[in-house]
Design a protein. Structure first.
Length: 582
């Protein structure tokens, strides 16, 4: 996959640079971070580093030629890979294309598109297909950098996360959380009579979603992003056809970012009809809680919805194919979560395969088989299929590009570049980590790369969050993962029951677990189960990003009493120095 070498932004007001000398010749092997060429701008010379490992396949701008910043000046390819034909060499200083007149630059301005973009007079510097948490963040970041940006979204702004996922479920979970606290507390009387109105919860959820969606639209306007409420489809790598209520038109862009997201996965034996058999989209629009619900899938979506409807009075059963619910998390955290869900009255059946749904007068019945292939029938008012998400790779002209795929996902490198030069992909459609915050960061990485920087995604430092009661969160390597990589590990643990704040809150069910290198003190990963785990994991993620050690984290003074002290104590426990742990 070709990697572009770009003349970088060299200062707020610098618009052009002259390549003084190439330090490598065509055919040379280059390493990421190795100096490739020297550029002069405003009488200051700078060495520019390689954005990738590979072979210097073609020098597009020879020494002595002045070009606008963000011009593609060379191409790196893999060993044996040919340079794509669309990369043409600039012949000399006299033949270098003159830059188009530019408007007065902003403080963080994108000074010019590539010479190819100027020659073809593209309508936009960057076009983004999809306005979810990856797409709209990418569009805003490109707008901040001064690019002319188009964002095409055929549905509601914010994508699945804002409209049918993260925000709606957190709104509903927030509404039922007081029920959970009051019912388990010994200080309230008459708590058993307390109930929540699902219709009012849904109304509040819709108000939250509407307000957030309007906020996103406002941010796009503030950053001068052109929002097109249309369906976008590739004609070629630089041309999109936009189809909406007012008809169809074609627009062009120098760079395009695919951010088309995902949809609920389907299970062929369990056809969703929106009535007896529903998916997560339908569950977030129910008018009343069902008397009973069978949820197929014990991942994050399944356990969060199970928590909501169980607290609303539904008899909930989770059916999971794997040996464990939320299988990607640490076994100790999963055991604590499983116990908490069962205390809510949720039945959990693992290592079971859903075979078919029978529909009757009194509701559907789910037929499952366990390891011995014996059938078992589970009766319920509703069957909810929550087995994950499938990428949206159809409908936007994938075949017109000839994109290389990675199974069902669009294949990208760490810079979020696809196999087609100038086309990037982010979010659920690439399947690296199907989380909203991952998509947002991928969007920023993609934009900053196409604008001339050199950024790569690091998926080992992406937090995972489960918003159940208790919450579960993790970052980095689990203990078993570290061991499987042959790493020596030292684990530090601190239970919530030793925390004064957790005891005062009545939230003593929890644990902080940090995995570290015993020699260097490097923080390899962490898992937290308990109240506010999804907030606390940010402290560990920050420490890892700053390359802090467990010694460093253990020396941070945390406020008292706070749950943050549990993170400090777990770090100290890696060193055998926990203060409040027997």
């Amino acid at each position: 996959m070709a990697v572009e070498i770009v003349l970088p932004m060299l200062g707020v007001t610098v618009e052009k640079g002259t390549i003084i000398e190439w330090l490598k010749t065509e055919g040379d092997a280059v390493a990421k971070g190795e100096s490739l060429y020297i550029v002069e701008a405003d009488k200051v010379t700078t060495e520019v580093e390689s954005p990738s490992d590979g072979i210097l396949g073609r020098i597009l701008v020879p020494a002595g030629v002045e070009v606008p910043v963000l011009t593609v000046v060379g191409v790196i390819v893999a060993q044996g890979e040919a340079v794509p034909d669309n990369y043409q060499v600039v012949g000399g200083a006299a033949e270098a294309p003159a830059p188009a007149p530019a408007p007065e630059p902003a403080a963080d301005a994108y000074s010019a598109a590539t010479p190819q973009a100027e020659a073809q007079n593209y309508d936009y510097d960057v076009a983004v297909i999809g306005g979810g948490p990856g797409g709209y963040v990418a569009a805003i970041r490109a707008g901040q950098m001064g690019a002319r940006v188009l964002l095409a979204e055929k549905d509601a702004l914010g994508g699945t996360c804002l409209n049918r996922g993260c925000i709606p479920t957190k709104s509903l979970l927030s509404d039922v959380h007081p029920l959970h606290q009051i019912r388990k507390s010994a200080v309230y009387t008459g708590a058993g009579k307390l109930a929540a109105s699902l219709s009012k919860m849904m109304q509040r959820k819709d108000e939250v979603v509407g307000r957030m969606s309007a906020g996103v639209e406002g941010l796009l306007k503030a950053n001068k992003v052109t929002l097109s409420k249309t369906e976008a489809k590739f004609v070629d790598a630089h041309t999109l056809e936009l189809t909406g209520p007012e008809g169809a038109k074609k627009v062009s862009a120098a760079k395009v970012i695919i951010a088309t997201g995902s949809r609920p996965s389907e299970v062929p034996p369990l056809p969703v009809d929106g009535k007896a058999v529903i998916n997560s989209d339908h569950a977030l629009s129910l008018k009343e809680a069902p008397k009973s619900m069978v949820i197929v899938g014990g991942g994050v979506i399944g356990v969060e919805l199970a928590t909501i409807f169980s607290l609303l009075g539904s008899k909930v059963t989770i059916v999971e194919l794997l040996p464990s619910i939320v299988a990607m998390e640490d076994p100790e955290a999963v055991a604590a979560l499983k116990s908490a869900l069962e205390e809510l009255g949720i039945e959990i059946i693992t290592e079971a395969r859903a075979q078919k749904v029978k529909k009757g007068k009194n509701g559907p019945s789910l037929v499952i088989t366990n390891g011995d292939d014996r059938e078992r029938t589970l009766k319920a008012s509703l069957v909810l299929v929550a087995v994950g998400r499938a990428p949206n790779t159809e409908g936007w002209g994938r075949d017109a590009l000839g994109l290389e795929m990675d199974g069902p996902f669009v294949k990208v490198n760490a810079r979020m570049e696809t196999s087609v030069p100038g086309v990037y992909a982010i979010g659920d459609v690439v399947g690296k980590s199907m989380l909203a915050h991952t998509a947002s960061e991928e969007g920023v990485v993609a934009v900053e790369n196409l604008m001339g920087a050199s950024r790569q995604m690091d998926y080992d430092r992406i937090p995972n969050c489960v918003y159940t009661f208790p919450e579960v969160a993790s970052v980095g390597l689990r203990e078993a993962q570290a061991a499987s990589r042959g790493l020596k590990v030292k684990v530090g643990k601190f239970p919530y029951r030793f925390s004064g704040k957790a005891a005062a809150m009545g939230e003593e069910q929890g644990l902080v677990k940090i995995v570290s290198d015993p020699e260097l003190g490097e923080i390899l990963g962490a898992c937290i189960v308990g109240q506010h785990a999804t907030d606390l994991i940010g402290a560990v993620a920050l420490a890892m990003d700053l390359e802090a050690t467990v010694d460093d984290l253990g020396e941070v003074v945390m406020g008292h009493p706070t749950l943050a002290e549990t993170v400090k104590e777990a770090a100290l426990d890696c060193l055998g120095r926990a203060i409040h742990k027997p």
